[in-house]
Design a protein around this ligand. Structure first.
Ligand code: ADP
Length: 179
């Protein structure tokens, strides 16, 4: 069994086996959560990322965590929201799936995700939370090393979107029951 849970916090402080970075295709640092992770991990992270030669949108690459409590950083590149008709939902799902695949390949037991694409890349946070939870749920239906998946929100509002989707009695269940 894999536990899925959401919290509000600074992802750089989490001691999961891996934290996921919402990076950009260069992997050479940026603002938002990317900047925070690079500051907390130290300059060794940028030096390592130079050896990765970038990352396509929807893909993921791994680095050590350096000065972070997390042992690994999984760098993924979310889509820029341009209205939703340019493959953004599929690309966002791919970020979650590919990150989980890397974590499982490494035999990791825990991983924390930020709300990928919902900052500068403007993906609507409510829709992004639904994609995040459903993609992770789908992935963990197959047995892997992963025991815990954390959704690290940066606001109470984002947390609310995750709690709604993670609730044991979601809207689907309730409507089934009332029939
Ligand atoms: P993107 O370019 O993928 O949109 P951003 O870094 O701009 O990436 O934002 C992604 C999400 O990360 C946003 O919801 C933002 O509020 C959140 N965020 C920013 N800093 C942190 C942090 N230290 N820990 C967790 N989440 C963070």
């Amino acid at each position: 069994m894999t536990e899925l849970r959401a919290l509000v916090g600074d992802i750089t402080q989490l001691a999961t086996d891996a934290i996921v970075n919402a990076s950009n295709e260069s992997l050479l640092g940026g603002g938002g959560v990317d900047g925070a992770i690079h500051r907390a991990a130290g300059p060794e992270l940028l030096a390592f990322c130079r050896t990765l030669h970038g990352c396509a949108t929807g893909a993921a690459k791994v680095s050590p965590g350096f000065r972070l409590a997390a042992k690994h950083v999984i760098h993924t590149v979310g889509p820029v929201w341009t209205g939703g008709h340019n493959g953004e939902p599929e690309l966002l799902a791919s970020c979650y799936r590919r990150s989980l695949e890397l974590a499982a390949d490494l035999g990791l037991r825990s991983i924390a995700f930020p709300c990928i694409s919902t900052g500068v890349y403007r993906f609507p946070a409510d829709a992004a939370a639904i994609i995040a939870v459903r993609t992770v749920r789908q992935f963990v239906t197959t047995a892997t090393s992963l025991r815990e998946v954390v959704f690290c929100c940066f606001s109470e509002q984002a947390l609310g979107y995750y709690q709604r989707e993670l609730a044991p009695l979601g809207d689907d269940t309730r409507s089934e029951r009332s029939e």
